[in-house]
Design a protein. Structure first.
Lengths: 127, 384
């Protein structure tokens, strides 16, 4: 295995900076891999290919976190159509309105300051 | 795949350190040492007999190195596997193998935490995960909350059923003088408590206390002539399915299915043979998930199973007789306390909360966010 020119996380962030949800696919596993890695789990192969998701998914599980200070907010797991799951939140609706099975669409959230962008989702209906 | 011998080692000493809110400036190592002193006294042994040390704590990065120094045992056989709250069930499995292989002759498993005194955040700093931390998931609660959300969705489990788990734990705790919680609790109290991460309120979530303890293990032939009735290690199992909740293969099926199967197989027992059950109840959903995954009821039936006080002091199945992490104590990583209570039940020392004919105990540890599952089946002379 040659020296890495960029880390899996750095490549993931570069995709987000281009407005893309990047993920890896392993031919040896014949499925998507997320979070991004250097080698494929189980097979151990260095065959991970970067792909770009269409950005559509379904809420798999959801909660409303009630912080001691500040307003309640959503945290959820989204199953993206290409076959991987990530943690995220659904925006543009009340956190209590986020439900299992809700169809959602990816967008990039770019925090203020020098924090890296990350993926969030919005409901597809009414979009 | 167990190659160790059923019942070849026994727990011969068990004790808690100070619990609850301990004296100012006590360290996690001080609490381990207190637990070790008391457990050795319980066993009729001294520190000079100890040649194996197994420990874990989130407050000492190289905990077994610190413990070796504290106790002055430079040649001890050591292991500080740390996978969260189930570390100690795994230590029992490792001690079983080490004792049988002759790598040590008297093994101590120890734990200590001052998380109540110094604050939960300070006691176990969470690693930054670039794929999760930006969403501010209040961990571990939000992870377990999403598992509960799935369980409610897939099986119709209700908030009231989850609250029943907390109520049963409290009823047991009221019979345990060492328990932190001293007042009765109702289902309405649980539902109306401060929300933390839906569906959980603060009463669905384990306590934040200080505490520690130790257990002592040795070979069974030696144990039989010692001070206490031996509690034999009949079978162990473990399964680590993920580290972060995003990677959990199935939010309603835990690694306890596998760890339990391994332990039952090694012990030659089945769920119906077990009369003392100690399940890591960090959250109310845990008890429901583990009752299912360890075969006490079918998958999806856990919510209905715990209704009507079935797992409380007057119920059909004795679960978490010390009051559990929900009402007895929960100093960060609770797995050792499950073992201590099972030992006491199998010896028949539990007074008002003693389970009749307690001969076989299933102890199930949970670590991380339903990540590291480890099961230990223990028995007294009637079962061994």
């Amino acid at each position: 295995m040659p020296a890495a020119s960029a880390s899996p996380l750095a490549i993931y962030i570069e995709h987000l900076k281009r407005g893309e949800l990047g993920y890896q696919f392993s031919p040896s596993l014949n499925r998507a891999v997320f979070y991004p890695r250097v080698i494929a789990p189980e097979t151990g192969a260095d065959d991970l290919e970067w792909r770009v998701s269409k950005g559509l998914g379904t809420v798999h599980a959801t909660t409303v976190v009630h912080p001691q200070q500040g307003t309640p907010f959503n945290v959820c797991l989204v199953d993206v159509d290409e076959g991987f799951r990530l943690m995220s939140r659904v925006e543009d609706v009340a956190p209590t309105a986020v439900k299992i099975g809700m169809r959602v669409k990816f967008r990039v959230h770019t925090p203020a300051g020098d924090e890296d962008p990350y993926p969030v989702f919005t409901p597809t209906e009414g979009a | 795949m167990s190659t160790v011998t059923r019942g070849s080692v026994a727990i011969v000493g068990a004790a808690e350190s100070d619990l609850g809110a301990v004296a100012a400036l006590m360290s996690p190592l001080d609490l381990m040492a207190q637990g070790i002193y008391r457990a050795l006294e319980d066993a009729g042994l001294t520190l000079k007999d100890v040649d194996g040390l197994f420990c874990a704590t989130s407050q000492a990065r190289t905990s077994v190195m610190s413990l070796v120094e504290y106790l002055g045992l430079p040649n001890a056989y050591t292991d500080s596997t740390i996978v969260g709250g189930s570390s100690f069930e795994i230590h029992v499995a490792h001690a079983h193998a080490a004792l049988e292989a002759g790598l040590c002759s008297v093994a101590v498993v120890a734990y200590g935490s001052t998380q109540r005194t110094i604050g939960r955040r300070a006691s176990s700093a969470r690693e930054y995960n670039p794929y999760e931390t930006p969403y501010r998931p209040f961990l571990p609660a939000a992870a377990y909350a999403m598992a509960a959300n799935r369980h409610m969705h897939e099986f119709g489990t209700t908030r009231e059923q989850m609250a029943q788990v907390a109520v049963a734990a409290r009823e047991w705790a009221l019979l345990n003088p060492a328990a932190w919680e001293k007042k009765p609790l109702t289902v309405a109290d649980v539902l109306n408590a401060r929300p933390i991460s839906d569906p959980f309120t603060v009463r669905d979530i384990c306590l934040v206390t200080d505490g520690g303890g130790a257990i002592i293990l040795t070979k069974a032939d030696r144990a039989r002539s010692m001070k206490q009735k031996p509690v034999y290690v009949l079978g162990c199992g473990q399964s680590i399915t993920h580290a972060s909740i995003t990677s959990m293969p199935d939010l309603t099926h835990t690694g306890a299915i596998e760890s339990g199967a391994q332990a039952y197989r090694a012990a030659g027992l089945k769920p119906a043979d077990i009369n003392v059950v100690a399940l890591y109840d960090a959250f109310t959903i845990n008890t429901i998930l583990f009752l299912e995954d360890l075969g006490f009821c079918p998958k999806g039936e856990g919510g209905r199973f715990v209704e009507g006080g079935r797992i409380g002091p007057s119920g059909a199945l004795a679960v978490n007789t010390n009051g559990g992490g929900l009402s007895y104590c929960h100093p960060g990583m609770y797995g050792l306390f499950l073992l201590i209570e099972a030992v006491r039940q199998l010896r028949g020392e539990c007074g008002k909360r003693q389970v009749a004919e307690a001969n076989a105990a299933l102890v199930h540890g949970n670590g991380g966010v339903l990540s590291a599952q480890a099961t230990v089946i223990l028995g007294n002379s009637a079962t061994a």
